[in-house]
Structures are given as C-alpha cells and as structure tokens.
Design a binder for this molecule. Structure first.
Ligand SMILES: C[C@H](O)[C@H](O)[C@H]1CNC2=NC(N)=NC(=O)C2=N1
Length: 112
C-alpha cells in the first residue's frame, strides 16, 4: 500500500482480536506514517503537534474531530495552548487496527 492509498481509505467496523493488524504487518504500515510513534506493547499510535497559538491549535483539533466523526473512529487528545498530543487505538480490538493507521494518515494530510 502507498501513503496516498492509506490516506484515501476509510474506516470500517473492526471488532475483536481478529481485526487487529498482524504483528508482521505493523512495520510496513508504520513506514507510511513515519512521524508517528508506534507503541506496539500499548497498542497505540502517538504523535505530538505544535502550533503558533490557541487559534491554530483549535483549528486543527476541530478539523480532526470532523474527520473522526465522519470515520466513526476517534482519537484520544491532550490539548494545550500550542500543542495537541494524539493517540489512536481501537478499543473494540484491544490494540491497533487498520483504522488507526488510516486516521493517522488522514491527520498527516491536514498538516501537510
Ligand atoms: C460503534 C462505533 O463504531 C464504535 O463504538 C467505534 C467508535 N469510535 C471508536 N474509536 C476508537 N478509537 N476505537 C473504537 O473501537 C471505536 N469504536
């Protein structure tokens, strides 16, 4: 898969351990979202974004929220004046599903 294909993909319902990304496929997907930290043990993707001020931070957060609602897949956010720390994981899978990589890639496209 290419980065563009990942970004253009959409989330689908993924439930249960059978929908987790197999360990031997995580590396290949991780290469496509190189700015994210892939925490295999915790089963999550994490990235920190920095902004000029609160207006820019919240513009980004709102764009992410809009995308997440459309995809029905939602990040954990830690937001401050000029930063947003973001984590993606799939609760229904208990770790990483393809949905997490899709959404991380879509977020990358917002700040490109
Ligand atoms: C029914 C609905 O698809 C699920 O509750 C979705 C909503 N958003 C979600 N977001 C995340 N991050 N993980 C989930 O498992 C999840 N499940």
């Amino acid at each position: 898969m290419t980065k563009d294909e990942l970004t253009a993909s959409h989330c689908t319902p993924r439930k249960g351990p059978g929908d987790a990304v197999p360990a031997d496929q995580i590396g290949e997907l991780a290469q496509l979202i190189g700015e994210w930290r892939v925490e295999r043990e915790a089963g999550q993707l994490q990235r920190e974004f920095r902004f000029r001020d609160f207006h820019h931070t919240m513009g980004f957060v709102n764009a992410v929220a809009y995308m997440a609602n459309r995809e029905d897949h939602h990040p954990d956010l830690e937001v401050g004046y000029n930063y947003c720390r973001m984590r993606w994981s799939t609760h229904d899978v208990g770790g990483l599903s393809l949905n997490d990589f899709i959404c991380a890639s879509k977020v990358d496209a917002l700040v490109r």
